[in-house]
Ligand binder design. Structure first.
Ligand SMILES: [Zn+2]
Length: 117
């Protein structure tokens, strides 16, 4: 079996090798065990720069997670608002139906009255 890592360029291998580990800590943000590595960025806007990268940190995941939860709450509120408007619309439709029904029943009596004159 050939490991995929055998085909990766050295710069990428450096980002996952154990030789560049700076620290192993528990992240204060997410309580996950985090390995800090000094890595020369193989690509991206910081290409060629030596940076300390956190591996295993889930802070961003948790941030996204809370954003998703926040968005879900907003959507739920929006849906509740929409439902309220729908109920309001239905009520006003019913009201106009009632109004028409009132006018509808009013006209014949008016005509009947006119006819009676
Ligand atoms: Zn974290």
């Amino acid at each position: 079996m050939i490991h995929a890592s055998a085909h990766l360029p050295q710069t990428i291998l450096d980002t996952i090798s154990d030789s560049n580990i700076v620290a192993k800590v528990i992240c204060e943000g997410c309580d996950e065990p985090v390995t800090v590595r000094r890595v020369v960025m193989p690509f991206g806007p910081d290409k060629g720069k030596s940076l300390e990268m956190k591996y295993g940190c889930r802070c961003e995941d948790k941030a996204i997670e809370s954003q998703v939860l926040e968005r879900r709450k907003e959507l739920k509120k929006l849906r509740e608002k929409e439902r309220l408007f729908e109920v309001f619309d239905q009520n006003s439709l019913i009201n106009s139906d009632l109004r028409e029904a009132v006018f509808g029943t009013y006209h014949p009596t008016n005509r009947a009255r006119k006819g009676g004159k």
